[in-house]
Design a protein around this ligand. Sequence first.
Ligand code: TXA
Ligand code: MG
Length: 322
Amino acid sequence: MTRRLAADGAGIAQAADILRGGGLVAFGTETVYGLGADATNAHAVARIFAAKQRPAFNPLISHFPDAASAFVHAHADARAHRLAQRFWPGPLTLVLPRTADCAICDLAGAGLPSVAVRVPAGDVARALLAAAGVPVAAPSANPSGGVSPSRAEHVLDGLEGRIDAVLDSGPCAVGIESTIVDLTGPHPVLLRPGGIPIEALREICPDITLPHDSSDARPAAPGRLSSHYAPTLPVRLGAVSVAPDEALLAFGPELPGSSLTWNLSPGEKLEEAAARLFAGLRFLDMEGRRRGLRAIAVQPVPTHGLGAAIADRLSRAACPRT
Ligand code: TXA
Ligand code: MG
């Protein structure tokens, strides 16, 4: 049984108790709902991998209520402090060397010498993390490979009965996962575009590189499988027309001829589009299948700012499935 907890004092206290007791609690952050477990407890973390059916080579992000508690477990240099000061709490994850005191279990870190840490925004998430008092490992709260959840109902659609509780703090404000920056090398490397646009990161780290244009050969975030965020229906990108048996994920003025449309942002606002992306993919997938449609056609979205993260998620959603 999965309990649905209200995001009030009592619900937060219960959720924290479940986490401290080794249970699984999905909770809303500003990006997406995370599936949380005590990151210092390998048994609890193993339950995350089982519930999501996630490949165990894919490491997890640990979440903290503030930078000071994060930097007990992750070694922060001057760049990390500057980024944390500017963007935390918020949708930025830092990959840093483990400290000698790091209590994050090897399973959460996939045996790597680095750890991924983040201080999410959102009063409920931070209250939960403070009450739990332990690092909370949390991947997105969906079965591995599927569309990420931006509402509590999305979590229950995929994981009902497989997790102990979901703390319902309403829809996620940003709607797209955190930006991941690797600070373990001489130059910061962007491992995943996300809720903080690279243009904003460059103001603090002008030398930040993308994995493919970096001269060192470190791999991108391990476990960033090409097919991901995938609805059941195939996804066709760059649509300039829509077939009668396709649903339409629109941006701006809609292409004519679709019988089923979700507009990410009629006014072409990238923030609005990011916040509505995962709910739109879920809606078109479910309703499209119900109506016997064959695919989801996607209108082009600009690739600056948050558009880079939107394009990344859409290209993975469109990848051939394994
Ligand atoms: O917004 C988010 O980041 C959400 C919310 C819940 O915080 N979480 C999230 O987690 O998106 P997940 O598990 O779906 O993605 C975590 C990513 C993976 O691509 C993983 O490979 C990468 O972080 N990662 C974790 N630890 C890493 C490490 N030590 N080195 C490189 N990449 C790492
Ligand atoms: Mg995910």
